[in-house]
Design a protein around this ligand. Structure first.
Ligand SMILES: Nc1ncnc2c1ncn2[C@@H]1O[C@H](COP(=O)(O)OP(=O)(O)O)[C@@H](O)[C@H]1O
Ligand SMILES: [Mg+2]
Length: 495
């Protein structure tokens, strides 16, 4: 009885190690040492199965000869361990010399007299991933059926530890890869005075808690600048949490930000942690903040003032330490005048205000950016060293880029895909082909045909540039949105 309760206690220890020890070898050593102690065995080994080679390798061992074990490998089906790995069934052998499955070579070579063996498979998802064996019970006793039961539990815990650690390692590798990829696509490129100034200002305020408001047209790099600030701050070890206020319907925005308690409203399901909580000790990037309704703005303001909020349906105050960066492409002062944006929130957010310049005001950066994006996409597409022809470069520098860097990036991606894989030509660029499309009126058209044709293509171009955003396209063309809708219907332009 006493023996059993200590065994359970030690098993409990092991399960806490499984979640806290990240070094798999160290963890397996701990597990095996504990098992050997409970089992009162003279020696033990944990072996892992390699599916490809169909061999078992000694991962960790205990006992006087433990350091020699790493030199050996065992084929599936060979010896007691190999047999267990092959069948997936445990074996208890009281006297190995009486068992023809016994493979004596290892014992002979290391000079260890093996008498009895208790061996169990380790399984994950019903597949054998290895085996654990205990050798010679102390004081000339033999292993019992009850030892076998205990060992089965051990094997399960060890298998879990291995699977967990492998997942953890895979996640870590993936994380590293992603971080590298992000590093490349998150670099702020530009040597113009405009971009140098704004990045210098951003870095100056990075390592403070100061709320920051980033203004600028769509596609100018506001989100990128927010990341730069976060990376330059003491909070960089944590992920920057992003919420795009325009992408979430108003009704869900509160849930996204504050989270909710289990069953707090119909369909609420389990408890949900909101972005405010996720961003604790980190940075919260509120993108397109001007799209938030005034009532939501009031709630956000309260959190920023108090540093405390409640999950929806909850009554425990949650205190958070958040650095807020907000961004909008709207004219924020105009939004305040119209009553769409709360002045008090504005003052709370723009402790620091940064302006991202539009690309047309820093044409100097276009060649640099174009090269940067070519390098980014040629790798992705498996091409190398794609040049930009002088004519294509000229087209890009002369173009106005209403969609800013995002539009340039998309244009290059398209050109890399559509082009000849060696050199980007003007006709690979979308604005060039759109320009061509605008000039296709033909002889024989009536004036009305020509005008209609032009209008249709003109609208199409603007819709393409704005990613299908009709309000934006209308405002760029200087017409009413409702009028644009009518024209779209009239000319049968597909969305
Ligand atoms: N200075 C820059 N250097 C390199 N890439 C940039 C730069 N500015 C923006 N980008 C890229 O352009 C795209 C749009 O940037 P983003 O930050 O999302 O703009 P915004 O938030 O202002 O709409 C992104 O793919 C971003 O990586
Ligand atoms: Mg954006």
């Amino acid at each position: 009885m006493h023996e059993k309760s200590t065994a359970i206690g030690q098993l409990k220890d092991i399960s806490t190690w499984v979640s806290s020890v990240n070094d798999l070898n160290r963890l397996l050593e701990l597990i095996l040492a504990t098992g050997t102690r409970i089992m009162r065995a003279q020696a033990s080994s944990l072996l892992l199965l390699d599916r490809k080679t169909q061999k078992l390798y000694f991962k960790v061992s205990t006992g006087t000869q433990k350091d020699k074990m790493k030199n050996f490998e065992i084929n599936v089906g060979q010896g007691i361990v190999g047999h267990v790995a092959e069948t997936g069934e445990p074996l208890l052998i009281e006297d190995v010399t009486q068992d023809q499955r016994w493979y004596s070579k290892i014992s002979d070579e290391i000079g260890f007299k093996t008498r009895s063996i208790l061996c169990v498979p380790m399984k994950a998802h019903n597949q054998v991933i290895g085996a654990i064996e205990f050798i010679n019970k102390a004081e000339a006793e033999s292993f019992q059926k009850s030892d076998l039961e205990l060992l089965n539990v051990f094997a399960d815990v060890a298998a879990l530890a291995i699977v967990n650690a492998k997942k953890f390692q895979a996640a870590e590798r993936e994380n590293k890869g992603l971080k590298q990829a992000l590093g490349m696509s998150h670099q702020i490129i530009g040597q113009s005075r405009e971009i140098q100034e704004v990045t210098a200002d951003a870095l100056k305020v990075a390592d403070s808690r100061a709320s920051t408001l980033i203004l600028g047209e769509s596609g100018t790099g506001k989100e990128l600048l927010a990341r730069l600030i976060h990376q330059g701050s003491a909070r960089k070890e944590r992920y920057m949490v992003t919420l795009n206020c325009a992408a979430v319907p108003e009704t869900l925005l509160e849930d996204e930000l504050f989270g909710h308690e289990k069953g707090s409203f119909t369909g609420a399901g389990d408890q949900k942690i909101g972005k405010l909580e996720l961003a604790d000790q980190s940075t919260l990037f509120l993108d397109e903040i001007a799209e938030m309704s005034p009532s939501m703005q009031a709630k956000v303001l309260r959190v920023l003032q108090d540093g405390i909020f409640y999950r929806v349906g909850g009554n425990t105050p949650i205190s958070v330490d958040i650095r807020v960066i907000a961004a909008t492409n709207r004219n924020i002062t105009e939004e305040i005048t119209c009553g769409n944006f709360r002045e008090d929130l504005y003052y709370r957010l723009n402790v620091v205000e940064l302006h991202m310049p539009p690309l047309r005001n820093r044409k100097k950066d276009i060649p640099l950016l174009a090269r940067h994006f070519v390098e980014l996409f040629e790798k992705e597409k498996g091409h190398y060293h794609i040049e930009i022809s002088p004519a294509a470069m000229k087209t890009m520098v002369n173009y106005d880029w209403p969609g800013n860097i995002r539009e340039l990036r998309n244009a290059i991606e398209r050109a890399v895909v559509m082009g000849n894989g060696k050199q980007i030509m003007p006709e690979d660029l979308p604005m060039q082909s759109m320009q061509a499309k605008l000039n296709t009126v033909e002889f024989g058209f009536s004036m009305q045909d020509a005008v209609d044709d032009f209008k249709k293509r003109f609208i199409l171009m603007n819709l393409e540039h704005t990613g299908g955003n009709q309000s934006k396209a209308a405002s760029i063309m200087g017409i009413q949105r409702t009028y644009l809708s009518r024209l779209i219907a009239k000319y049968g332009i597909k969305k």
